[in-house]
Design a protein around this ligand. Structure first.
Ligand code: GRF
Length: 209
């Protein structure tokens, strides 16, 4: 009998952090299940037990982990311990409403992605980017996927996409349009990072076919 060597290729792992409704999280899980993203999403970490993302996680078969974030140092300590066990290839912030400390970020350098609902650096460092863009009267806004560094919304940019703001667009309508493109570019950016098709050259990122 000839012995056959079997090579087991283990799939990569993504952990998503979310505080809100979790529509981006759901899209990422669906695109991982369909193999568009070649990685699994076994866990969701949230700072909010009532987050819509938790309900979605249960429905999608993703294990939700809730961490009380009242004390950032303690919360991050817990999160770092959990991440050490899970050993994800990538951490994806999808509407996670907490700022990660420089210590946390440096432990996971170039392994944390974020999506921001503006064309960065416009409307940077705010949770009201859509409302501020509407109030300012900009004609074009959009969303940005970037690596997380020690700054707030200032890490190197992977992908951006724009939308037009029409005269009668309300902040709600703009949010709807932005969500639509987020659901496309976030999975795409994650796919590229997972496939090793993202090259980091200082502040500049090249994304390959
Ligand atoms: C998105 O608009 C994202 O840009 C921002 O938070 C929102 C999360 O939306 N960081 P959802 O919870 O994924 O629907």
């Amino acid at each position: 009998m000839t012995k056959r060597k079997s090579v087991v290729m283990s799939r990569k792992k993504i952990v998503v952090f979310a505080s809100g409704s979790g529509s981006n999280f759901e899209e990422i899980v669906k695109k991982s299940k369909s193999n568009y993203i070649e990685a699994d999403v076994p866990f969701l970490i949230s700072d909010k037990a009532s987050a819509g993302a938790i309900k979605r996680a249960i429905r999608l078969g993703v294990v939700p982990i809730v961490i009380n974030w009242k004390n950032r140092e303690e919360a991050e300590e817990k999160a770092l311990k959990i991440l050490k066990i899970i050993k994800p290839d990538l951490i994806v912030l999808a509407g996670f409403m907490r700022i990660l400390s420089p210590r946390f970020v440096s432990e996971w350098k170039y392994k944390i992605l974020n999506i921001h609902p503006s064309l960065l650096p416009a409307f940077q460092g705010t949770t009201k980017a859509i409302e501020l863009a509407e109030k300012y009267g900009v004609k074009i806004t959009g969303c940005t996927v970037h690596f997380v560094d020690e700054s707030v919304d200032g890490g190197p940019i992977i992908i951006q996409e724009a939308i037009h703001i029409n005269d009668d667009d309300t902040p709600e309508k703009i949010a709807e349009k932005i969500h639509e493109i987020e659901h496309k570019i976030y999975p795409l950016a994650i796919k590229k990072v997972i496939e090793g098709k993202v090259k980091i050259e200082g502040r500049k990122i090249k994304v390959y076919e």
